[in-house]
Design a protein around this ligand. Structure first.
Ligand SMILES: O=C(O)CCC(=O)C(=O)O
Length: 241
């Protein structure tokens, strides 16, 4: 995992896959905790929304729960967070800390894609652009349930123009599968992408959930800057470019 080839690959392509980051028993822990979040065992008020923005849907299509570790602080000491910090510091530098975490689940047979976007479009403009997200698969991620797609090298180009077609829904920009690579993952494996990497996922057309536990990292000074400006990733969305 902590080898120079991975760093070089990440810097060139803007994403990286790491297999088997969690043991079976660690995965079992997250499997249960995740379902508890989805089933409202914890108080997620103000932090839970439907990323699809579809107000007419009879049920949530893409459940997004921001800051699970704020709701349940013991998560910060668990394997996903410990491993995440180590690999984020390895890839981006020793001054990197956790900015925020989130859960994104695509419910069975909802078939709703996450539109093409670059995460940086959601954030305030920051002088230090080092940032990455780690997308841990809690379920097997496949083409049919919405595994991630990344556009290699897109993090090295200017941010694309983003817009928000549905108020309260996801931001989006132009992107294509043709210029991108898809990343199927076994449960407990992860995909890492840079904050400027263009990405998307297809909808979930299977009978099972597609649960991802996602952590975002950046330099401590940039996290301080965000907080000074009142930006804490609690889910309010606006177009930033
Ligand atoms: O899980 C998804 O479908 C989208 C995730 C995503 O956009 C992200 O982690 O930045």
């Amino acid at each position: 995992m902590f080898v120079a080839e991975n760093k070089v690959y990440f810097e060139k392509n803007g994403y990286l896959v790491l297999n088997e980051c969690l043991t079976a028993s660690e995965l079992k822990y997250y499997d249960k905790i995740y379902d508890d979040f989805i089933n409202n065992k914890y108080d997620t008020r103000g932090l839970r929304s439907d990323l699809s923005g579809d107000k007419n849907a009879k049920k949530e299509l893409i459940t997004q729960i921001m800051l699970p570790s704020k709701i349940l602080p013991k998560l910060l000491g668990k394997p996903i967070h410990s491993f995440g910090l180590k690999i984020a510091q390895f890839l981006l530098g020793e001054d990197i800390i956790l900015d925020f975490d989130m859960l994104i689940n695509k419910a069975p047979n909802t078939n709703k894609e996450t539109p093409w976007h670059q995460d940086a479009a959601y954030w305030i403009d920051m002088p230090d652009k080092r940032a990455l997200s780690i997308w841990f698969a809690i379920d097997k991620a496949t083409l049919d349930n919405g595994c991630m797609w990344y556009t290699p090298g897109s993090h090295l180009l200017p941010l694309r123009k983003h817009y928000q077609p549905v108020k309260g829904g996801a931001l989006q920009c132009a992107g294509t599968e043709k210029e991108s690579a898809y990343v199927p993952l076994e449960p407990g494996s992860c995909a890492i992408h840079h904050g400027n990497t263009l990405h998307y996922s297809r909808g979930n057309s299977t009978n099972n959930n597609r649960r991802a536990f996602i952590l975002n990292y950046r330099p401590i000074k940039m996290v301080e800057l965000e907080r000074q400006k009142g930006f804490d990733h609690t889910g309010k969305r606006k177009e930033n470019n």
